[in-house]
Design a protein around this ligand. Structure first.
Ligand code: GDP
Ligand code: IMO
Ligand code: MG
Length: 424
């Protein structure tokens, strides 16, 4: 019987712990497929005392027998991609044999990165806080119909296409007064694309169609998070792709009616890296405590992440936009030892109370908090404390879907699968 494709994605501002959960549940799937984003992502996996950070390669790569697919919605920087492949090979993972790349995926060229830097410099204080990996300019060339795709590597006129694209970028960079030395990164990029061309390039929409018809299980892995979505995030402080579940359809060519379960990953609190509104942000000792206890420093850029309390209106919005069927709550251990924990249940906007995510949260949005009892140490082999169960029941009641997985530490083993009775 034909199978459905499940989706796993971030329900906040990214870095929720998607990589860890994909690695934990990957043995249940034959294919793990990334559907959007690019090397702006940093997905961390920890097992057997070793930590791995993946940027473009799906997080099923450490599970023997799992196929990992980079979908058409992803943007690939060949230089970073190759470094990632070689890093995994050095760690003893025979990655190339189980790694498929969509011919429709777009390529990041060095001048995309230069354009990203020029755009951010021009914005000054209003900058997005981009990871500067060239994500925005590459998606702009995709929608502007100028982009280079992985499939172009197999064409004889590749260099003509590449040169035309770079000439266009040079003209744009001239307008930004940005000095760009084309030769600097070009040789490395050209070497990297030669190697990329020899990898397993596929028409991934047809591949996935067949895999699902054969009854095999596919998990679509998202990058970033719902509040960074180009349409539904805190625009303009967002990334340039659809990070939501609909993005799994367009980013893989799998029709919406073939999607099964949709798992939303969230932290027991909130973080954000880069600029933009964040109603529950804590600029105090508690925020600093969360940053230190949670090691909240970016996996890709090393930047300190902004920290704050869990935001239920935002989580509820993520449930609605994505059609989330299951939630996974991460980093409950980071709140260990607090007498009380807070949870934002609504906002006061211009004197009016609402539990809805407003169109514009850049203006005065004051969070309304509820205080709940904290908990002590957590252990994945012991029952969860009653106060943590109450915390989760409050979340489930507010957003209407069950928390089916709880993470109590970064390691693969520090995970509790939960039969959530509260909502179902
Ligand atoms: P992703 O981008 O969504 O995959 O998340 P990141 O890897 O960027 O960030 C999540 C961070 O939290 C990583 O450093 C993980 O190792 C770590 N992590 C994941 N789950 C837990 C957890 O339950 N507890 C703690 N303390 N750390 C966790
Ligand atoms: P993962 O997949 C957290 C943020 C950047 C910036 C904005 C735009 O690890 O969760 P971009 O580089 O796309 O132009 O940056 O989005 N951002 C992320 N924040 N996790 C990520 O990915 C992110 N990828 C981009 O900090 O604010
Ligand atoms: Mg990350």
């Amino acid at each position: 019987m034909a199978a459905r494709m499940d989706v796993l994605l971030g329900a906040q501002w990214g870095d929720e712990g998607k990589g860890k959960v994909v690695d934990v549940i990957a043995p249940d799937y034959q294919v793990i497929a990334r559907f959007q984003g690019g090397p702006n992502a940093g997905h961390t996996l920890l097992f057997e005392g070793r930590k791995h950070v993946l940027h473009t390669i799906p997080s099923g790569v450490f599970r023997e027998g799992t196929i990992n697919l980079v979908g058409n919605g992803v943007v690939i920087d060949p230089i970073i991609f190759l470094k990632e492949v070689k890093g995994l090979e050095a760690a003893g993972v025979d990655v190339r044999k189980a790694l498929l790349i969509s011919r429709r995926a777009h390529l990041i060229v060095p001048s995309h990165r230069a354009l990203d830097a020029a755009s951010e410099a021009e914005k000054g204080r209003a900058k997005i806080g981009s990871t500067l990996k060239g994500i925005g300019p590459t998606y702009m060339d995709k929608t502007g119909r100028n982009g280079l795709r992985v499939g172009d590597l197999e064409r004889s006129d590749l260099m003509d296409r590449y040169n035309a694209l770079v000439r266009k970028h040079e003209r744009l960079l001239g307008m930004h007064d940005h000095v760009f030395d084309r030769r600097e990164a070009e040789a490395e990029w050209l070497d990297a694309v030669q190697e990329l061309r020899r990898m397993l390039l596929v028409d991934s929409e047809h591949y996935l169609d067949q895999v699902l018809r054969d009854g095999k299980r596919v998990l679509a892995e998202g990058a970033q998070g719902t509040l960074l979505d180009i349409d539904f995030g805190t625009y303009p402080f967002v990334t340039s792709s659809n990070t939501i579940s609909a993005g799994a359809s367009t980013g893989l060519g799998v029709a919406p009616n073939r999607i099964g379960r949709i798992t939303g990953i969230f932290k027991a609190y909130c973080t954000r890296v880069g600029s933009g509104p964040f109603p529950t942000e804590l600029d105090d000792a508690t925020g600093e405590h969360l940053r230190q206890a949670g090691h909240e420093f970016g996996s890709t850029t090393g930047r300190a992440r902004r920290c704050g309390w869990l935001d239920l209106p935002a989580l509820h919005y993520a449930v609605m936009i994505n059609g989330i069927t299951d939630l996974a709550m991460m980093k409950a251990d980071v709140l260990n030892g607090m007498d009380t924990v807070r949870i934002c249940t609504g906002y006061r906007v211009n004197g009016q109370v609402t539990d809805r995510m407003p169109y514009d949260i850049t203006s005065d949005v004051e969070p309304i908090y509820e205080e709940l009892e904290g908990w002590g140490e957590l252990h994945h082999e012991a029952p969860l404390p009653a106060s943590l169960e109450r915390y989760m029941a409050r979340i489930e009641q507010a957003v209407g879907v069950p928390i089916t997985l709880v993470s109590l530490g970064p390691d693969r083993a520090q995970t509790v699968l939960r039969q959530a009775a509260t909502v179902r």
